[in-house]
Write a protein that binds this ligand. Sequence first.
Ligand SMILES: Cc1cc2nc3c(=O)[nH]c(=O)nc-3n(C[C@H](O)[C@H](O)[C@H](O)COP(=O)(O)OP(=O)(O)OC[C@H]3O[C@@H](n4cnc5c(N)ncnc54)[C@H](O)[C@@H]3O)c2cc1C
Length: 315
Amino acid sequence: MRLMVDIARLIEEKTGRRPSAGIRLESLSNFRIGGPADHYFEAAAADELRTVVELASGSGYRHYVIGGGFNLLFDDAGYRGLIIRVACRGFIFEPKSSRLIAQAGTPLSDLTGYCRDRGLGGLEFLAGIPGTVGGAVYGNAGAFGCSIGDVLEEADLLDPGGKERIKARPADLSFAYRDSRLKKTREILLSAAFRAVPADKTKIGTCMDSYIALRTERHPSRDTAYAGSFFKNPLSSEGTRLAAGKLLEQVGAKETTVGGAAVFHGHANFLYNRGGATAADVRKLADLLKERVMDRFGIRLEEEVIFLPAEPGAV
Ligand SMILES: Cc1cc2nc3c(=O)[nH]c(=O)nc-3n(C[C@H](O)[C@H](O)[C@H](O)COP(=O)(O)OP(=O)(O)OC[C@H]3O[C@@H](n4cnc5c(N)ncnc54)[C@H](O)[C@@H]3O)c2cc1C
């Protein structure tokens, strides 16, 4: 039974701002799919985020934290509960410790842009990955052989109840391929400190440019509605990662569509919304491709993109 909690009133009383009602989640997702959320709140500061999480959690009100929406597939029926967008952004560089400390809602592009201008090395691989620091730490985002967990020094977390702040070192965060402890605990990242070492500005710029050029070559155009790689690269029986895109290509993924959902002709692991796709289309297409890969190779593909069901437990 759902609790009758007037979450909008509670939040307004504590923050002075009322959550929006009925916002369509398609406007918050790069897939451009998703129906209305009951409530939506943008937390502009860490304290506000903490307050709202504590209120929702304390009153048993269903809620979900998002960043830039670049790795999410929302449901056609939207979300029954409260969507909290982490919009606290900003960062400082501490030269003494060579640490770049960023709030969770900071876009990765702000960090890489700063590193490029200032001549700070270590974060080049993040150039061109869309999304926020929070989303990146949650999924241990990475590219070109590096992941964000490799450059993280310390994370400032909020427990899922919104009560306690926890400092965590990378060794405590169970980082693995597109995985972190946050996926299990539902702790929320408030800020993170990254190692950023002064280095040759030109080299940093050239390195970032080369990564961006490779992305431009491999990825669909910037206005494409998708969420990056749809599936994780699976482990082979020898323990090495296989390219999901290669497996998908061999089962005819590029020629397969379901409704408005299709597969990018240049890379079979990019499922996209070619116009008017529903979440059901995307999921049906994904299931079909998974089945084919299983039948042909005996390999179970696992989604990297996160599907958020409208109702609890409805996956
Ligand atoms: C064009 C394109 C290219 C991409 N390339 C790459 C790539 O090279 N490598 C890669 O790894 N990914 C890539 N992605 C996927 C995406 O950019 C990353 O997963 C990114 O880290 C998502 O960040 P976000 O802020 O958009 O998170 P969202 O999509 O908003 O959320 C993703 C998950 O993170 C959680 N989350 C968000 N903020 C917080 C927080 N503060 N605390 C706790 N949990 C939080 C959410 O609950 C959700 O479960 C790509 C996507 C696109 C569209």
